[in-house]
Ligand binder design. Structure first.
Ligand SMILES: C[S@@+](CC[C@H](N)C(=O)[O-])C[C@H]1O[C@@H](n2cnc3c(N)ncnc32)[C@H](O)[C@@H]1O
Length: 197
């Protein structure tokens, strides 16, 4: 069986009929731009990196990290096509160490692939490597999400848990919500957080 963290590489991105669309999250871009007009962005578990590519188009300096070789190769190709520079790295977040400080660190739809111990170490590192007034942006899956299985390696957050972790920062947005997943035909339970240091 495919290791959970390799699911997107093996079962999604590397499939012959998969099409990279580099879809961006317009609302997220707007919210980031309300707080930052330029700066350094780190996108952890970037996947297609649509939002980061759009921020690079606007002059942000982007570093993208993903375990998927196919995703990173395609992100690099797309950056070249757009005539922008982007630092895209094939790395496993279980061992990745953040070496620089960033204005914005984004990690969406990734934590449910990582064990709890790694996540809490990574969140500490993310916080430490965020510049003063910098932003952290997360979207996480919550306990009870239909994708959670008894033997899931990845961590599912408790209601309110992520907000509590950021209680000493300014919470710009925190929402818990349900969203229909068209591909899996299921309703996901999610939380979104944007916090300012
Ligand atoms: C659901 S996609 C989310 C992609 C993107 N962040 C977004 O919001 O659209 C999950 C991504 O996490 C990556 N991923 C999973 N485990 C990882 C790990 N241990 N290290 C790095 N990337 C990982 C997958 O390859 C995939 O690209």
């Amino acid at each position: 069986m495919t290791e959970e963290k390799m699911f997107f590489e093996n079962e999604v991105f590397s499939k012959e009929d998969y099409e990279f669309t580099f879809k961006k999250d317009e609302e997220l871009i707007e919210d980031i731009l309300k707080n930052k007009k330029c700066g350094k962005v780190l996108d952890l578990g970037c996947g297609e990196a649509g939002t980061s590519l759009a921020l690079a188009d606007k002059g942000f300096e982007i570093t993208c990290v993903d375990i998927s070789k196919t995703a990173i190769e395609n992100v690099k190709k797309e950056a070249k096509r757009r005539g922008i520079k982007i630092n895209a790295l094939i790395k496993d977040l279980e061992t990745f160490e953040i070496e620089e400080d960033y204005d914005v660190i984004i990690c969406t739809g990734v934590f449910h692939f990582l064990p709890k111990k790694i996540i809490f170490k990574l969140i500490k590192e993310i916080k430490d490597h965020t510049k003063e007034n910098g932003l952290n942006v997360f979207e996480v899956f919550l306990e009870g999400d239909p994708s959670q299985e008894e033997d899931s390696v990845g961590y599912y957050f408790k209601k309110g848990e992520l907000k509590k972790i950021y209680s000493s920062w300014k919470i710009l947005d925190y929402e818990e919500y349900e969203e229909y997943d068209e591909d899996e035909k299921q309703i996901n339970k999610l939380a979104f957080l944007m916090a300012k240091k």
